[in-house]
Design a binder for this molecule. Structure first.
Ligand code: ATP
Ligand code: MG
Length: 424
């Protein structure tokens, strides 16, 4: 295996805990990803030491989640979460526990974890501790709840979203009882803080088999218990049938925008402004950042214009994000190559090279790049009505983008004198 060095780097932490007389193991996603030979993100550690004892052993720490027994430790340029073995109790409203109880053995700690593949532990000798046949499930590529699935989802409804997210991310199937328990308990999701759902949904979108995750999300009825998605059932379904899922999404906003565009097309909606409103609304309901909502809108505007307009003029490229333009064009091209029809009857075939050369041809990328500004216009033309200045600038902006005049100060002034007509 090639991805073990993260554990070598962290091994001294376990050694320090051992020397002080405590048990300590690597746990959670890092162990899972190590066995799957996937890149490892955070190496998490579970220990029998109490938080105060961890703090004493590791002077460079932050108390990020101390109420849950977690101390963040800074060690040789990396941060690690060290969490005291614990169980969780008194779940209210199907949310995270409001009380944790520290325990003295690893098995009890692993018992509280969501899925068998996430309930593996590993010693500093890289020996796997596997109480719940997590390794067998990894091999069989199965997501199975630890213990009785129904109870586990009642304790914390978010686990159901995590389940479908892992199905997408790992391209695993959900074990039958676990899936049935998701179907039966989907409504519990309504009790979960939306930010936590958003994190999982966005991970689902960018997973390697997002169609598998999305199919579970739809089939289980989970989508009915997250904000505002019930009216998108048809377009979500279209993403399963009309898109080839071999193509992963680079980012969640891209995926969301495709859902909105499918909705736009399929619902017969004619005004793209209504979709922009719908994006704002959903963004708010899911507590997305303004940036995320802006990105979804920017992608949507490109899908919309590309599918509804024939040949683009240079002006159409202006003000649009080049990366997004290229990403969409490449995406559509690949879908056609994969034999899908959704983008097969565009006014002209998807062609990223053409888009790139049009972007390269843009004489300016924003008003700031215009070789003239308000001050020069005042000095040289001095219109009676100062409001005219803005109108003149945008008149010149359009003329430059239509390649009617070169972006040079003298040429722009001449063009303005000869062609600009003040509006009464
Ligand atoms: P990722 O690769 O996305 O980080 P992960 O499995 O590491 O996946 P984390 O949220 O980092 O997920 O959690 C670390 C570990 O904590 C999990 O592997 C799992 O054992 C446990 N865990 C996390 N969230 C829950 C939950 N809601 N219920 C039960 N156990 C959980
Ligand atoms: Mg993790």
């Amino acid at each position: 295996m090639t991805n073990g060095h993260e554990f070598e780097q962290a091994a001294p932490i376990l050694a320090i805990l051992h020397e002080a007389g405590y048990e300590a193991y690597f746990v959670g996603g890092a162990v899972r990803d190590y066995l799957l030979e996937l890149p490892i993100h955070d190496v998490d550690i579970a220990t029998s030491a109490y938080p105060a004892e961890v703090q004493a052993l590791f002077p460079r720490h932050f108390d990020v989640g101390i109420e849950h027994g977690t101390i963040m430790v800074w060690f040789e340029g990396e941060t690690y979460e060290i969490t005291t073995f614990r169980t969780e109790s008194t779940y209210q409203d199907f949310r995270r526990p409001d009380k944790v109880t520290f325990v003295q053995n690893l098995e009890e700690d692993l018992l509280r974890r969501d899925f068998t593949i996430n309930a593996l532990a590993m010693t500093d000798q890289m020996t796997i501790v596997d109480y719940f046949e997590g390794k067998a499930d990894l091999k069989a590529e199965i997501i199975r709840a630890v213990g009785v699935a129904h109870d586990r989802f009642h304790e914390d409804g978010l686990r159901m979203m995590r389940g479908v997210r892992f199905a997408s991310q790992l391209d695993f199937d959900i074990e039958a009882h676990t899936l049935q328990a998701i179907e039966e308990n989907a409504a519990i999701l309504a009790h979960i803080a939306v930010e936590r759902i958003t994190v999982e949904m966005n991970k689902l979108w960018i997973g390697k088999n997002w169609q598998k995750g999305l199919a579970y999300f739809l089939k289980s009825g989970l989508y009915l218990h997250v904000p505002g998605l019930s009216e998108y059932a048809t377009s979500l379904q279209l993403l399963l049938t009309e898109i080839d899922g071999e193509q992963a999404f680079d980012n969640a906003e891209f995926a969301w925008s495709l859902m909105f565009w499918c909705h736009f097309v399929q619902s017969g909606e004619t005004d793209p402004k209504n979709m922009q409103k719908a994006i704002r609304q959903l963004g708010k309901a899911w507590k997305m950042s303004n940036q995320a909502a802006d990105d979804i809108t920017a992608y949507f505007d490109i899908w919309y214009l590309r599918s509804s307009k024939g040949e683009w003029d240079l002006v159409d490229y202006y003000g649009k994000n080049p990366e997004k333009l290229l990403a969409i064009e490449a995406y559509m091209q690949k879908q056609v190559a994969l034999g899908k029809q959704l983008f097969a009857d565009l006014a002209y075939p998807a062609d990223p090279q053409k888009v790139q050369s049009e972007i390269d041809r843009l004489p300016i990328h924003s008003l700031k790049e215009l070789a003239i500004n308000g001050r020069v216009i005042i000095a040289q033309i001095n219109p009676d009505n100062k409001r005219e200045i803005g109108l003149m600038l945008s008149f010149l902006e359009t003329a430059v983008l239509e390649l009617k005049v070169a972006n040079e100060e003298a040429a722009l002034l001449t063009y303005l004198r000869e062609h600009y007509q003040a509006k009464e």
